[in-house]
Write a protein that binds this ligand. Structure first.
Ligand code: ADP
Length: 502
């Protein structure tokens, strides 16, 4: 498969790289403020002696923080490319090896190679959190190896002789997890947060990646940027690359809007697989499941306007999923803040597929297990991490901590947890809630799930006619748009308004 071969080559290309790079700041789109912040690093690399002559404090370490694919590696390369200096790259995960001493030796080796050249360079370490994770988070497995590697890195960082002009750049998507020793003042004098691009940023990124690709008249990059909120630079780049592959596949010579929309589905939902044969009874169950979800989402949006609109419900199998409800992503998805009302509506949508199976078929499939897991996870977050259960503020855990509710004993990292709330305290850096707290958590969480399920069942029963009609339609045409769902609801109004939904 040529596509797979290409993807493989790409992912191998992301492994260790060393040497000169042609990447320039012009290749970095939508991050003007960041780029101009880093111009003096380029100046320094070009002429470290000047800094020395003027006793100007040279930049030493740059920490780039941001989600995967937001351009951290690209920026690091662009600094090297602009300054015309070599670029040494390694990934934090390459340092963390089972054999004690290997990681530390690799760090030593990397810095040695860089210094041996006796010329300015960039040393870039991606995923630095892999070796510099706060000890409490690493928990039980505070391994000697990690510690040694980290210490080696720290001593290398401290040992820079600034006049050679070596700049250390590290990247992480979890700066909050970094060991304090790494983030201490003097180690990274620049900490730069890279956000996912906004509409204008996405437009700039699309423009950069459309540069050498012939676009058909019907392609509107600005509209595309508006349609793809929340996507990272890497995802956008990938979409344009996939679009070009679509053109190759159909033996065309220009990228059309249709190519791009096919590519979006490939990138965001995975590769299209053949549809389920019609003779399989389970196909109808899948249709009921997915239409139920899309319908509930549409009804809730009509009632409160809180949720994103349904773009499409699809029975085209892609990746690992047989069916999907695709939402128009709201601009605010990139912000982490949301409200209880909205989370509770989301919870309803998550369990709606399962509820629809019960309402229509009087039976349920194993298909909904992943929804139920998502629902449990979301309910758990609402209760434990956000303190938003309806009992008021019950439990407080760090927003990022995951609690393994499904297992009997589970652990949360200790930071920020109100230690008096639970009984047993901390053991080996892990949180052990008392049986009573665990019981309270579970009760609140399954209470939310149960309530969501009940509400959704009522909504679906009231909209049973629309549900049946839309199910028939999707089995016919493979997918339904959000507008079509609204039309079904209009043509088949709810039998009676469910309680609490006046
Ligand atoms: P990170 O290191 O943050 O995970 P990368 O720098 O490896 O992300 O980004 C992967 C690819 O995505 C880049 O090589 C580039 O093609 C594209 N990309 C990401 N961000 C941008 C951006 N701001 N401008 C242009 N291209 C970008």
């Amino acid at each position: 498969d040529p596509i797979q071969a290409m993807e493989f080559a790409q992912s191998k290309g992301q492994a260790r790289k060393e040497g000169r790079t042609n990447v320039k700041f012009a290749d970095v789109a939508g991050l003007d403020a960041t780029v101009s912040d880093l111009r003096d690093v380029v100046e320094f690399l070009k002429n470290p002696k000047r800094y020395k002559a003027l006793s100007a404090k040279p930049p030493k370490g740059v920490l780039l923080e941001g989600d995967p694919g937001t351009g951290k590696t690209l920026i690091a390369k662009a600094i090297a490319g602009e300054a015309g200096v070599p670029f040494y790259q390694m990934s934090g995960s390459e340092f963390v090896e089972a054999i004690v001493g290997v990681g530390a030796a690799r760090v030593r080796d990397l810095f040695k190679r860089a210094r041996a050249q006796k010329e300015p360079c960039i040393i870039f370490v991606d995923e630095i959190d892999a070796l510099g994770t706060r000890r409490a988070e690493a928990g039980m497995q505070t391994n000697e190896e990690r510690e040694q590697t980290l210490n080696q890195l720290l001593s290398e960082m401290d040992g820079f002789t600034p006049d050679i002009g070596v700049v250390f750049v590290a990247a992480t998507n979890r700066a909050d997890l970094l060991d304090a020793a790494l983030t201490r003042p003097g180690r990274f004098d620049r900490k730069i947060r890279i956000l996912r691009p906004d509409t204008q940023g996405r437009y700039e990124i699309l423009k950069v990646h459309a540069r050498n690709r012939p676009l058909a008249e019907d392609v509107d990059l600005m509209q595309l940027a508006r349609d793809l909120p929340g996507l990272s630079g890497a995802e956008l780049a990938n979409i344009l690359n996939e679009s070009a592959l679509e053109v190759v596949r159909r033996d065309g010579d220009q990228i059309t809007a249709a190519d791009i929309y096919n590519a979006i589905d490939r990138v965001l939902q995975g590769v299209r697989r053949p549809p389920l044969p019609d003779r399989l009874p389970v196909k109808r169950a899948f249709a009921v499941h997915e239409v139920g979800k899309g319908l509930v989402a549409t009804v809730l949006r009509q009632q409160s306007g809180r949720l994103e609109a349904v773009e499409r419900v699809s029975m085209v199998p892609r990746g690992r999923d047989w069916t999907r409800t695709i939402f128009l992503r709201g601009e605010d998805e990139q912000y982490t803040m949301t409200t209880r009302a909205r989370l509770l509506e989301r919870l309803r949508v998550v369990v709606a597929g399962r509820a629809a199976e019960e309402v229509v078929l009087g039976d349920a499939t194993t298909y909904s297990i992943s929804d139920l897991r998502d629902g449990a996870r979301l309910a758990q977050k609402i209760v434990a991490n956000y303190g938003l259960s309806d009992e008021g503020i019950t439990i407080y855990a760090p927003p990022t901590a995951t609690l393994g509710f499904m297992r009997k004993s589970f652990e949360v990292s200790v930071d920020n947890i109100d230690a008096d709330l639970f009984g047993k305290g901390i053991k080996g850096g892990m949180w052990q809630p008392s049986d009573e707290s665990l019981h309270r958590l579970r009760t609140a969480m399954y209470g939310l799930l149960g309530a969501a399920y009940e509400e959704v069942t009522a909504i679906l029963e009231a909209h049973r006619e629309a549900l049946d009609a839309a199910t028939d339609a999707i089995l016919e045409k493979e997918s339904l748009t959000g507008a079509e769902l609204e039309e079904f609801i209009r043509l088949h109004p709810p039998r009676e308004l469910p309680r609490g939904h006046a």
